[in-house]
Design a protein around this ligand. Structure first.
Ligand SMILES: NC(=O)C1=CN([C@@H]2O[C@H](COP(=O)(O)OP(=O)(O)OC[C@H]3O[C@@H](n4cnc5c(N)ncnc54)[C@H](O)[C@@H]3O)[C@@H](O)[C@H]2O)C=CC1
Ligand SMILES: O=C(O)[C@H]1O[C@H](OP(=O)(O)OP(=O)(O)OC[C@H]2O[C@@H](n3ccc(=O)[nH]c3=O)[C@H](O)[C@@H]2O)[C@H](O)[C@@H](O)[C@@H]1O
Length: 443
């Protein structure tokens, strides 16, 4: 390959690993470096530490052709590297602000180990002004010339590989044209629209995008929360709204709120970022509050239906924060399981992929089973938390057959109301009229 570069990627979470794999796939020599030795050993054998469709195949291919290496040794990764991508975590602190301790450590790792002129690219989501802070830390410890570039990541978990090769835009924020051009050249083979801007605007584009998507979700959830009782059907409302190109037809699925590693933390961080310049971001505060309430909605509906949940056996179907990932960060299943157990219910949980991670996140009292059917067979009622294909394709007649109380609380609107009527079920969903058995047609 012409212009093949040695590139180091620091941190092998979703963003680092997918970035490293993608850059190796387009022909660069990529060293992915992580401080977690167990993870590195695993990845060196071609095993992905995360469940992400299509990722492991590309990892194996590029390990075998020599383009992709994993190491715990920063010096090995950084020696002669022309570009270094930072993709470590920026978790939230207790007050909601972004914790930059991993970024700060990486800056020192970079300063102490670079050998030649390098472009340092920040993929991690960082508050506005952080790239200048990165520049300051690195230059405190080294005389080797370098430039910083902000290149925020927009991939979604569960479709991360697809999003990397077919994303909507690549944002490059830089103070120098030279550094921006180097990163533009690297990204050209992806064939995705590139937008160049300054450092601070690039940093803000990332937070503003996540905050806007979270706002769309909380907005449609509020419309859902009034639609059901007013006899409207939120799915039809969303569809009708989505025909308007100014609104768009995505991110209008009502449900039990957004979870995941980013929307919850990035919305809180943006409220804090605004607070730092004395701006009260009331809209975003409301988005967060609506989401917190939304995550509790199924428990509230069940309490209303039953009066008390004491002794009820609940099948919790789908545990990850969305389908096609084993990520449990901020999943609605966590707070739901906690509230159910607090109310005296028994929780029988199932997920196609995320059970091992769920065991580290859900209360100890939760029991786990190996299939949807097994969960239903042991339960009085079911809560649908995540719209995995395996769950969505389970016919409602199965719920009718297996559940002792014949009641389903569907947090993801997986079924048509007409199917619930046909299956003769008590069926609660989000933003749609409740179906009660007496009204259902007995087959
Ligand atoms: N998860 C996602 O889908 C997306 C995440 N982001 C952002 O990307 C950043 C990374 O998030 P994730 O990919 O979820 O990562 P993560 O938090 O799951 O993993 C980070 C990795 O960095 C490693 N690490 C920490 N310090 C290190 C050091 N000094 N040297 C080498 N490795 C080190 C850790 O061992 C860990 O494996 C965050 O800022 C996040 O907000 C952005 C878009 C999508
Ligand atoms: O910064 C990040 O980490 C990423 O955050 C999100 O990606 P992700 O969290 O992986 O997944 P999404 O598909 O956005 O879903 C997030 C949450 O919103 C919920 N959601 C999504 C869409 C919708 O219409 N309704 C809805 O409730 C999902 O169930 C899930 O809990 C963004 O979509 C990515 O662009 C961004 O890069």
């Amino acid at each position: 390959m012409r212009n093949r570069k040695k590139i180091a990627v620091v941190g092998t979470g979703y963003v680092g690993l997918v970035t490293g794999v993608a850059l190796s796939e387009i022909g660069h020599l990529v060293y992915c470096v992580d401080i977690n030795a167990e993870k590195v050993a695993h990845m060196t054998k071609g095993k992905s530490p995360i469940y992400e469709p299509g990722l492991e195949e590309l990892m194996i291919k590029n390990i075998n052709n020599g383009n992709l290496k994993f190491t715990t040794d920063h010096q090995k990764a950084f020696t002669n590297a022309e570009v270094i991508y930072i993709a470590v975590g920026t978790p939230e602190k207790e007050d909601g602000t972004a914790d930059l301790k991993y970024i700060e450590n990486v800056c020192q790792d970079i300063a102490f180990n670079i050998t030649n002129k390098v472009v340092v690219v920040t993929k991690s989501t960082v508050p506005v002004g952080t790239n200048e802070y990165i520049q300051k830390i690195i230059s405190t410890y080294t005389k080797v010339p370098f430039a910083v570039v902000s290149n925020p990541e927009f991939l979604r978990e569960g479709s991360a590989v697809h999003d990397t090769f077919y994303g909507d835009r690549i944002i490059i924020g830089s103070q120098t044209e030279e550094a921006a051009n180097i990163i533009e050249e690297i990204n050209k083979p992806f064939g995705i629209e590139i937008y160049k801007t300054n450092l601070r605007s690039a940093e803000m584009i990332k937070y503003a995008s996540n905050a806007f998507l979270a706002t769309k979700i909380s907005f449609i959830n509020e419309i859902a929360n009034i639609s059901g009782d007013l006899g409207a059907n939120i799915q039809e409302v969303s569809k009708g709204m989505g025909f308007d190109k100014r609104i768009g037809n995505t991110f209008l699925n009502a449900g039990i709120g957004y979870g995941g590693s980013c929307f919850p933390k990035d919305t809180k961080a943006l409220v804090q970022i605004a607070g730092n310049i004395n701006h009260e971001f009331n809209l975003l505060k409301a988005v967060i509050e609506v989401n917190n309430k939304q995550q509790l909605l199924l428990v509230e509906k069940a309490k209303e239906h039953y009066g008390s949940l004491k002794g009820k056996k609940v099948a919790l179907l789908g545990l990850s924060f969305k389908p096609n990932t084993d990520d449990m960060r901020e999943a609605a299943s966590i707070i739901t399981a906690e509230k159910l157990i607090l109310a005296g219910a028994q929780v029988i949980a199932y997920d196609p992929i995320a059970i091992e991670n769920a065991k580290r996140n859900l209360p100890d009292a939760v029991e786990y089973v190996n299939s949807v059917e097994e969960a239903l067979s042991n339960a009085d009622t079911a809560f649908i938390m995540t719209e995995w294909t395996e769950i969505v394709t389970t016919p409602l007649s199965k719920y009718h057959q297996k559940l002792k109380d014949n009641v389903v609380f569907d947090g993801r609107n997986c079924y048509e109301l007409s199917d619930a009527i046909r299956a003769n079920l008590n069926y609660y969903s989000i933003g749609r009229p409740t179906i009660l058995c007496e009204k259902a047609l007995v087959q």
